[in-house]
Design a protein around this ligand. Structure first.
Ligand SMILES: Cc1cc2nc3c(=O)[nH]c(=O)nc-3n(C[C@H](O)[C@H](O)[C@H](O)COP(=O)(O)O)c2cc1C
Length: 365
């Protein structure tokens, strides 16, 4: 007897459930997990749910436009793809599939340093807005070299992750003894390994090498150093405190990403959406504010924009899409979100992104 066909995913949570059936438990946990008790991970979602949208009516919403700009460049909607590691755990094409989906959708992809496909190959997918995420490594020569490679390959901005002097402890990964399968590489860093270890055991050599690369001493001076060695915009990712947002602006960055790394770093850090009003107040329009963490609905996007974000980034949902159906799956996730934003805009009485104002979002008393 044939099995009844599984229903199509109709929202981003359905995609997670479908991806879970396809991924190994270890890979699913690596993508899904947060640090410690996963309190921040849960809060990122719960905080969006606590916010209400207050719609306007009797507005002509027959023509709607989701396009906007980020760092003065056009994007089809106020959504970007967050940098996440190891896309080949989800599908064989890895980051190439993600880059093609982003290009198809006309949105920015932020490529992680920890990609399985080298940044140069991802760039060959063709012209599309693309940023490169990096850390400031202990070996500044490696950092500089990655910056030069990203510039030479046409990446348009550098997203420097500032919330990871050390990696948070994700206990699911500890229990599963997570490590990258031997046939997958941290492709961007292979360059810097001695030739002998590349040939012998690239994977284990690389794990140890990456752990040694992390620098616990990075400060604002190093951010200045990074700005000094590149002509690309430098965008710090992982800002939580309004005072750090103010400092970032004083250090001349054109944008910041309010992020708690999807709940993977400091557990019990607040949900990013709850931090946004105070950060917007500190920034005072002097830099663009991007936000990630728990964005799963079109209404979440509207809430983030109402509270001061220029655009949002999504991390895990893209991985779920890749696991379900490679490039097509990632595109389906993005199209679902696009449709939800469009519907939410119409129901809020909005026709364009610049109509989204702070009076739309409220917390019930
Ligand atoms: C599996 C996974 C890997 C990640 N890898 C990176 C990374 O390499 N660099 C980085 O800056 N952030 C990384 N992040 C954090 C994301 O950029 C982003 O902040 C987070 O996923 C947003 O939350 P969301 O998944 O709820 O959308 C990773 C997140 C996940 C889930």
């Amino acid at each position: 007897m044939t099995q009844p066909a599984k229903p199509e995913p109709v929202n981003l949570s359905d995609f997670e459930a479908a991806a879970r059936e396809r991924l190994s438990p270890t890979a699913y946990d690596y993508y899904a997990s947060g640090a410690g008790d996963e309190i921040t991970l849960r809060e990122n979602h719960a905080a969006f749910d606590r916010i209400q949208l207050l719609p306007r009516v009797l507005v002509d919403v027959s023509h709607r436009d989701l396009s906007t700009t980020v760092l003065s460049r056009p994007t089809a909607m106020p959504v970007m793809i967050a940098p996440t590691a190891f896309h080949r755990l989800a599908c064989p094409e890895g980051e190439l599939a993600t880059a093609r989906a982003a290009a198809e959708m006309g949105i920015v992809m932020v490529l992680s340093t920890l990609s399985n496909v080298p940044l140069e190959e991802v760039a060959q997918v063709g012209p599309s807005p693309r940023w490169f995420q990096l850390y400031i490594y202990r070996d500044r020569g490696v950092t500089r070299s990655l910056v030069e490679r990203a510039e030479a390959s046409g990446y348009q901005a550098l997203c420097v992750t500032v919330d990871a002097p050390l990696l948070g402890r994700r206990e699911r990964d500890v229990r599963n003894r997570f490590s990258l399968p031997p046939d997958l590489a941290v492709a961007n860093l292979l360059h810097y390994l001695p030739k002998e270890s590349q040939a012998e055991a690239p994977q284990s050599a690389l794990n140890a090498y990456f752990a040694r690369l992390m620098d616990q001493s990075v400060t604002w001076d190093d951010l200045d150093w990074l700005r000094g060695i590149t002509s690309l915009p430098v965008v710090p990712k992982g800002i939580h405190h309004p005072e750090d947002a103010r400092l970032a602006v004083e250090h001349g960055v054109p944008a910041i990403v309010v992020s708690n790394h999807g709940g993977r770093q400091l557990d019990t850090a607040p949900a990013t959406i709850d931090l946004l009003p105070a950060i917007a107040d500190a920034v005072q329009g002097r830099a663009e504010i991007l936000l990630d963490g728990g964005v799963r609905r079109g209404t979440d996007v509207i809430k983030a924009l109402a509270l001061g974000a220029r655009a949002v980034l999504i991390g895990r949902p893209v991985l779920w899409g890749l696991a379900v159906d490679g490039q097509r799956g990632a595109e389906r996730v993005l199209r679902l979100l696009q449709k939800e934003i469009d519907l939410a805009m119409a129901l809020c009485g909005l026709t364009k992104v610049s109509d989204i104002t702070s009076d739309l979002a409220r917390w019930p008393h």
